[in-house]
Ligand binder design. Structure first.
Ligand SMILES: Nc1ncnc2c1[nH]c(=O)n2[C@H]1C[C@H](O)[C@@H](COP(=O)(O)OP(=O)(O)OP(=O)(O)O)O1
Length: 169
C-alpha cells in the first residue's frame, strides 16, 4: 500500500509593488543554512491555507490579507519518500517582520535573486512562480540530485481542487 505523502506549506511574502520578496534563512532542522519561503507541516485538523498563515506568523511575524495559492510541488526520492509542498504568495501583508527561532528574514530584490544557498529545485520552479504562473511541478531525486523534472502551468481552479481534496477529512 502506498504511503501518504508528507505535506508542507511554503509561503513567500511580497512587497506591495511586487519587486521584493521576503525570504528566511533556516536556522535549524531540515534545510538549515538555506534561503526559502516560510513554512512547515500542517497541524492535525489544519487546512493547507491555515497552515500557510500560521507558519507565516510564527516564522516572520507577518499576516497576509491576500493569500494566493499558486502551486504544488510533488517531490519523490527513495530516501525521503513522497513530499507535497503547497506554495503560496502573501500579498497585502501587515505586521512587523521579526526574526524567529527558525528563520532569519531578509528582503531580496526579485530581479537580483541568485538562488545561492537555496534548495536545488528552487532555481527550477521559483522563476515560474515569480512570473505569476500557477503551476504543478514534479521532481524526482536520487542521492539529492534532480533526475526528473516537469513543470506544468495549470488553472487556479485545478489548484483549488487539489487543495480541497487534501482538506477532506
Ligand atoms: N526539498 C524539500 N524538502 C522539504 N521541504 C522543502 C523542500 N523544498 C522546499 O521548499 N521545502 C519547504 C517546505 C517547508 O516550507 C519547509 C520545510 O519545513 P520544516 O520547517 O522542516 O517543517 P516542520 O518540520 O513542520 O517545521 P516546524 O515549523 O514545525 O518546526 O521547506
Amino acid at each position: 500500500m502506498a504511503l501518504s505523502p508528507q505535506r508542507y506549506s511554503v509561503i513567500f511574502p511580497f512587497s506591495d509593488d511586487g519587486k521584493q520578496v521576503l525570504l528566511g534563512l533556516k536556522k535549524r532542522g531540515m534545510g538549515v543554512g538555506l534561503w526559502n519561503g516560510f513554512g512547515g507541516k500542517p497541524e492535525p485538523g489544519e487546512s493547507m491555507d491555515e497552515c500557510a498563515c500560521r507558519e507565516l506568523k510564527e516564522e516572520c511575524g507577518l499576516e497576509a490579507r491576500d493569500l494566493q495559492h499558486v502551486g504544488v510541488l510533488l517531490m519523490s526520492s527513495a530516501k525521503s519518500g513522497q513530499k507535497e509542498v503547497f506554495v503560496y504568495k502573501a500579498k497585502d501583508i501587515v505586521g512587523d517582520v521579526i526574526e524567529s527561532d527558525e528563520m532569519e528574514p531578509r528582503w531580496f530584490n526579485v530581479a537580483d535573486l541568485t538562488y545561492k544557498d537555496t534548495y536545488k529545485e528552487a532555481r527550477e520552479w521559483w522563476p515560474t512562480m515569480l512570473k505569476g504562473h500557477t503551476f504543478v511541478a514534479r521532481f524526482e531525486f536520487v542521492d539529492g540530485d534532480i533526475t526528473f523534472q516537469e513543470i506544468s502551468h495549470v488553472e487556479a481552479k485545478q489548484l483549488a481542487l487539489l487543495r480541497s481534496a487534501v482538506n477532506e477529512p
